[in-house]
Design a protein around this ligand. Structure first.
Ligand code: SAM
Length: 261
């Protein structure tokens, strides 16, 4: 096109100034933005589907999750941001996924059931043993005032802390250490969620539970299926506890700091 005969336009000269290469990179940026937007929309749909088919509906042998606030937390938390890039396409499947160091992010249903069992409330303080990817902590953070979470494998704890900060979960505190002993400086807790299998309920955790508080923990042989139990603390002293058997689960073992399992 002959620039002399071209009608004057307030826009075209500016485009020309940018040059073809810049214009192309702008288009690439715009396309990337649109794709990213679409991806977020696709992930939102996947979460909705996960809540509908894996959590909220009755399936053979498992109880549906009914707490609407818990279900809403699962609609909001981007599970695909808690797994490695190559596992992102699998993030909303009905199964645990590897997170490195022989550990896993638990199946969404199990995370949801454990969350519902501790009856999280807005003003509560929750403790989690086994931060792993940070996903359970992120779910809890939407339901309670403060979350304290302990991870024994340092690199997992560091990555989870960075991830939770990057995603804006400001009320989650991550610490590296042996969760068997709980977090006495921050006790007492309204709820405690143990996400690794123990052969008994750790007494320090019962001590750190408030009267009326609730604790869930998988109990049993770490190399077989275990029983998920709910411990409720009464108001008549440390021995006033009720233990309810909930269901069969399969968790990685609770590791002890001395290296044993
Ligand atoms: N809650 C995690 C999530 O949302 O990704 C998944 C937890 S994974 C099933 C169990 C985690 O417990 C592992 O990351 C493991 O390293 C950790 N763990 C095992 N023994 C522990 C202990 N004594 N104290 C703290 N964390 C422990």
């Amino acid at each position: 096109m002959n620039p002399i005969t071209e009608p004057r336009s307030p826009i075209l000269p500016r485009w020309r100034k940018l040059g073809t290469r810049s214009a192309l990179s702008l288009l690439t940026l715009a396309a990337a933005f649109l794709f990213a937007k679409n991806d977020e929309e696709s992930f939102r749909k996947l979460r909705e589907e996960m809540v509908r088919t894996q959590l909220a509906s009755w399936r053979f042998g498992v109880d549906a999750v009914r707490d609407s606030l818990v279900l809403e937390a699962f609609r909001q938390v981007p599970r695909h941001r808690f797994v490695a890039e190559e596992l992102v396409p699998h993030a909303y499947e009905d199964r645990p996924l590897p997170i490195g160091y022989g550990q896993t992010i638990s199946q969404p249903y199990i995370v949801a059931k454990m969350t519902e069992l501790v009856e999280p409330r807005k003003g509560h303080r929750a403790l989690e043993i086994g931060t792993g990817s940070g996903y359970q902590a992120a779910i809890l953070s939407r339901l309670v005032a403060d979350v304290y979470t302990i991870e024994i494998i340092e690199p997992l704890g560091v990555t989870a802390r960075e991830r939770l900060t990057a995603l804006g979960y400001k009320n989650v505190n991550v610490r590296t250490g042996d969760g068997y002993y709980g977090w006495p400086e921050k006790a007492p807790f309204d709820s405690i969620v143990v996400t690794a299998a123990a052969n008994h309920v750790p007494p320090p955790l019962i001590e750190q539970l408030k009267p009326g508080g609730r604790l869930v923990v998988p109990i049993g042989n770490p190399f077989q299926t275990q029983r998920l139990v709910l411990v409720t603390k009464g108001g008549k002293g440390p021995r006033d506890i009720r233990v309810q058997d909930i269901m069969a689960v399969r968790f990685v073992p609770l590791i002890s700091e001395s290296g044993g399992k």
